[in-house]
Structure formats: C-alpha cells, structure tokens
Design a protein around this ligand. Structure first.
Ligand code: NAP
Ligand code: ZN
Ligand code: ZN
Length: 346
C-alpha cells in the first residue's frame, strides 16, 4: 500500500481540498502510473455535488488520466516502465458477460468498476485521477500514441470517447448531417471528431460566443439555440444529433430537427427527466437513444485515430489551487474547452 497526495471532497457542498488516498500494492497484472495530467469532466461535479444521488465521502474524482508507467506487476505484458499511458472511466469489468465478451465493457452486465466512486474488487471505494499516482489492471490501461501531446490528451479518455463512440455507432461520415448540441468539453470533441470522420457538422450552442471556434473546428454551420426562429430553419434536416448538454433541455424541440429515420443520441447526464411527446418521434420514425463512454478497444481506436488525424482537445492547464475556480467556470459554461489539472502541483 502507498499513500499519495490528492485533491478531493469531504461533502457535497464543501470546496475540494488537499487530502491523501491509499493505492494498493502492484499485483501481478497491475500497472503503477505516476499521473501527470487529469482532465476535469462535468461528471466529476455531478458526482461530488450529489446530482446523481448520495455518495460516500471523502471522494477524489477524475477519469481523464494521463501519466507514465513507473512499475509493472510480474505478469504484465501490455505495458512497460516509461510508457505514456492513460486511464478512463472504467478500471475493470467482469470480462465474461455477453457485453464484455464483445468488447463493450462500458456496458458490462455485472457492472464494471468505475475509476472513481466505484466498488473495487477488495470492496473499497475507488478514488480517481486528481491525484499523484494510481494502480490499474493492465487491461484497462491505454497507450497514448507518440503523435499525441500528453499535456493535452487527457480529455480524450472521457470527452473524446463519449462522443466518438456514438458517432461511430450511428455511422457519422461522408453524406451524414450531424449536429452537436452544447459545445463544452464533450461537445467540442464531438465537433472535431465528426468533422474528421467526414460528416457535415452543425453546432447548436447558446448565444454566438462560440461561433468562431465552432467554424474553426470544422463545423460548416452554427445556430444560436436561444433563437427559436433561426433553429426552425433546421426542421426535418438532420440524420444524427448528439446532445452533450449537462442540464435539462426541451428535447422535443431538437427531435423536430431530425429527418425521417434520424436519431438523437443523448450523452449529457442531467438529473432532470426529459419530456418526450409521442408526436416528436412517431411521424418521422425518429429515434431517441443514449450512449455511455466506450469500451477499452474502442478507446484505443479513438486515441490512434486522434494521433493519425492530429486531433487534440482545446485545454487550459490549472494548478491544484485552481481546481475549485475551474469547477465554477465549468458550471457557468466558461471553459474553452476543457480544464486539465497539472497534477505535479498537488
Ligand atoms: P461542459 O463542459 O460543462 O459542457 C456542457 C455544455 O452544455 C456547456 O458548454 C453548454 O454549452 C451546455 N449547457 C450547460 N448548461 C446549460 C443549460 N442550462 N441550458 C442549455 N445548455 C447548457 O460538460 P461536459 O464535461 O462536456 O459534460 C456534458 C454532460 O455530459 C454532463 O452532464 C456530463 O455528466 C455528461 N457526460 C456523460 C458521459 C456519458 O458517458 N454519457 C460522459 C461524460 C460526460 P453551450 O454553452 O455551447 O450552449
Ligand atoms: Zn467524464
Ligand atoms: Zn461484463
């Protein structure tokens, strides 16, 4: 067992503060990672603030982790000391259910082990990446390809894969009219990835502050969602919409933008329910769906895709003492487009 410095919460309402967490000894199939960077995901905030229900404190969050391997277990074959690696939302799974056998460990039927606020094999609550080091099973450790800048790659481990997976599943590519609702951490990755996949991309965001950025990321159209008249122009015109908004939304207004057989995939995770009138789906055979992160093999595919296409998240590096301010700025949508913690400052 080793004790490492971290930054975490003691309650749903208190600011985050310096603390320590225990990391298990490196087992035969484990990898010890010295963490260099940890992205700040809106899910970190939902979790700590109790938006999804009560949790146990103290809790350290963070599931966008990039670092270097400093020790490997005796049976480890996939990683070596010195490798630049990543850890995302899941840190283990049952490996034997129908979903795990197909590589869809994000949908493990026995419940995978989340990188934070999950129940580990020894019964302890997992603690996440706002920390100096982590011990993870080798099968759930990703290789960060040489073409990616480690200081900017961390958000790919959640924001990247959470948008890549539905874009791939619903065949975003040439000839597909794709829209992304909300351009925060997930949304801006959704735009970059959909553009790289060859789709025609529209951004739906509040106001016009993000318009220039959206077009610079390769979107061809931008609509201010606070202007209902402008949005009406898109009625019946889209094949795929990915909703990344962290708050409740009038989902029916967006379903109306889908053409026949179009799909709206929700990846945002607000606590409020959506209201879905039957007639927003029925007359156009539209679908409303959901998606969570991606499996380990698909995360590696996405990282390799980003290296090949030169795709990096837009990041702002923050020190440990800036984490609470960064959370406030995420909550007010004042992030361009992902905060990454320099964990050396812990
Ligand atoms: P984020 O960086 O805060 O971005 C969310 C965006 O939603 C904002 O930039 C803003 O976009 C829009 N928004 C925020 N409040 C809004 C409101 N009241 N009304 C309308 N739009 C609003 O958050 P994120 O890290 O990208 O995460 C987004 C959501 O996805 C969160 O709920 C998170 O928990 C969830 N998530 C889900 C998965 C999954 O596996 N499904 C994985 C990661 C995250 P504009 O300013 O452009 O309008
Ligand atoms: Zn996340
Ligand atoms: Zn499983």
């Amino acid at each position: 067992m080793r004790t490492v410095k971290a930054y975490g919460a003691t309650s749903a309402t208190a600011p985050l503060e310096p603390m320590t967490v225990e990391r298990r000894d490196v087992g035969p199939h484990d990898v010890l990672i010295d963490i260099d960077y940890a992205g700040i995901c809106h899910s970190d905030i939902h979790t700590i603030r109790g938006d999804w229900g009560p949790i146990a404190y103290p809790q350290v969050v963070g599931h966008e982790i990039v670092g270097r391997v400093t020790e490997v277990g005796s049976e480890v074959t996939k990683h070596q000391v010195g490798d630049t690696v990543g850890v995302g939302c899941q840190s283990n799974s049952c490996r034997s259910c129908a979903q795990c056998e197909q590589g869809h460990d994000q949908y493990c039927l026995n419940g995978n082990i989340q990188t934070y606020n999950g129940v580990d094999v020894d019964g302890t609550i997992t603690q996440g990446g706002y920390s100096q080091a982590v011990v993870t099973n080798e099968d759930f450790v990703l290789n960060i390809p040489a073409g990616l800048d480690p200081a900017r790659a961390a958000p790919l481990l959640c924001a990247g894969i959470t948008t890549y997976s539905p874009l791939r599943h619903w065949n975003a590519g040439p000839g597909k009219r794709v829209a992304i609702i909300g351009m925060g951490g997930l949304g801006h990755m959704g735009v970059k990835l959909a553009v790289a996949l060859g789709a025609e991309v529209t951004v739906l965001s509040r106001g016009t502050k993000k318009k220039d950025d959206a077009l610079a990321f390769g979107a061809t159209r931008y609509f201010d969602t606070t202007d209902a008249d402008a949005l009406a122009e898109l009625t019946d015109s889209l094949d795929l919409i990915v909703n990344t908004v962290s708050a409740g939304l009038d989902i029916a207004a967006y379903l109306g933008l889908l053409d026949v057989d179009g799909t709206l995939v929700n990846v945002g995770a607000p606590s409020e329910p959506f209201s879905v009138p039957a007639f927003s789906l029925v007359p156009r055979r539209r679908s409303l769906s959901g998606s969570t992160t991606g499996g380990i093999a698909e995360i590696q595919e996405m990282l390799d895709f980003c290296a090949e296409h030169g795709i990096h998240p837009e990041t702002e590096l923050v020190a440990a003492d800036g984490i609470n301010d960064a959370w406030e700025r995420v909550l007010s949508a004042d992030v361009r487009y992902r905060f990454v913690i320099d964990t050396h400052t812990l």
